[in-house]
Ligand binder design. Structure first.
Ligand code: SAH
Length: 375
């Protein structure tokens, strides 16, 4: 399928010297407002403009005095995102935006429109240190952690986009007006940037800030056991997904190198502890690669290990990436794999492959842009 032309545009200003408001906590915003000699209710107004009305500039904050707006504008910006390149799939139901950050790093965010859901796949790091052999993001290594503001900004950018009927190219499905689901399945390992990710998640779920229901958010991890235990104690209903991709250590370590540190049995024990504490069903992700991890024997081995757990397996046909020996499993073999899981008592579904033609797989657009830059 042909993809639509890429469009690059500014979403913020060049802002290296200015702090982004999205990187500030509520307490810090109140301090700034007090420092400017303004009453506290002004902080509340600013916070609401940002988190409820998705304001992109202080100028839009109509109920603030002009002088105050100008003072804020001199020293702060709202979003840490500088510019964006948007790619839309042919059917218009998937779009991917590559954001450039103030220091030139780039991260990807993908918006997927379904009948009732508008799901946003966000990034938690620029690059990734986990080195999974089939993943495009891994190829460049880790550049740096995203700040909480950079994580939140991806969501607010799309919230604004969806709320604004004038914005962007029209999509085919009925125009949705809000972000209903967020998955941390973009670039990076969210558990490797735990503090900033959770500070962002608190703001996304806080009723006084963005106010998205925690149950509508999924955090996907490669399986950093100490952080899974930590998440179990957060007392938040955010869903956990674990990228398994293989049922035993020999195979998993060859695909997911961090498995040597956190092997399968220990990982499944951590997931069991998580379920015991939260009573929540966990999702396992399993990207099927032809001739690598897709045999009936491996399906049976996987089912035997997972059947005691309150879980669900998301089988994902591999998104092929350049310079990779891995190919996706055929539809027939995918169906067979899923059937074996189900017949052995493990709930499993094949996740729809979205946005293949726009490089919507993990880290692929960034990689493609980097390559073009290098030519
Ligand atoms: N680091 C986190 C989240 C980011 S990746 C994690 O590992 O879960 C989100 C999901 O996409 C993970 O399950 C990851 O293994 C998977 N993935 C990465 N590259 C892929 C590819 N080329 N095809 C299909 N899935 C891929």
């Amino acid at each position: 399928m042909e993809r639509m032309a890429e469009i690059t545009f500014d979403v913020g200003t060049e802002q290296k010297e200015k702090t982004a408001l999205l990187d500030l906590s509520w307490e810090e915003v109140t301090q700034i407002v007090a420092g400017l000699g303004e009453p506290t209710y002004r902080a509340r107004q600013i916070w609401e403009w940002v988190y409820k009305h998705f304001a992109a500039s202080f100028d839009e904050m109509a109920n603030l005095p002009r002088v105050l707006r100008e003072k804020l504008d001199e020293r702060w910006v709202i979003s840490p995102l500088a510019s964006a390149t948007r790619i839309l799939s042919q059917d218009g139901d998937t779009q991917k935006v590559l954001f450039r950050l103030a220091d030139g790093q780039t991260v990807e965010t993908v918006l997927m429109l379904y009948d009732k859901r508008r799901t946003l796949c966000i990034s938690s790091q620029a690059g990734c240190a986990m080195g999974c052999t089939f993943c495009a993001t891994a190829q460049g290594g880790l550049a740096r952690n995203l700040t909480a503001g950079e994580i939140v900004a991806q969501v607010l950018y799309f919230a604004r986009y969806l709320a604004n009927s004038e914005a962007g190219p029209q999509m085919n499905v009925e125009r949705p007006t809000s972000v209903t689901n967020v998955v941390l399945m973009g670039m990076g390992e969210p558990m490797h940037n735990y503090r900033n990710v959770w500070s962002a998640l608190r703001r996304l779920t806080d009723a006084d800030a963005f106010g998205l229901g925690a149950r509508h958010i999924t955090l996907s991890t490669v399986g950093l056991i100490p952080m899974i235990d930590r998440m179990a104690d957060e007392g938040v209903q955010i869903a956990l997904a674990v990228s398994l991709h293989a049922p035993n250590d020999a195979l998993r370590s060859s695909l997911v190198p961090i498995n040597s540190r956190y092997p399968v049995a220990d990982l499944l024990a951590a997931v069991q502890r998580y379920i015991d504490k939260t009573h929540r069903r966990v999702t396992f992700e399993y990207a099927l690669m032809q001739g690598i991890n897709d045999s009936p024997a491996l399906a049976a081995e996987l089912a035997d290990k997972l059947s005691p757990l309150l879980c669900h397996v998301n089988v994902i046909p591999l998104n092929p990436i350049p310079d990779s020996p891995f190919q996706p499993t055929s539809d027939v073999d995918t169906a067979r794999f899923v059937e074996i899981l189900r017949s052995r008592g493990v709930a499993a579904t094949v996740r729809l492959r979205r946005g293949i033609e726009i490089n919507a797989g993990c880290g692929q657009l960034r990689r493609a842009v980097q390559r073009r830059g290098a030519e």
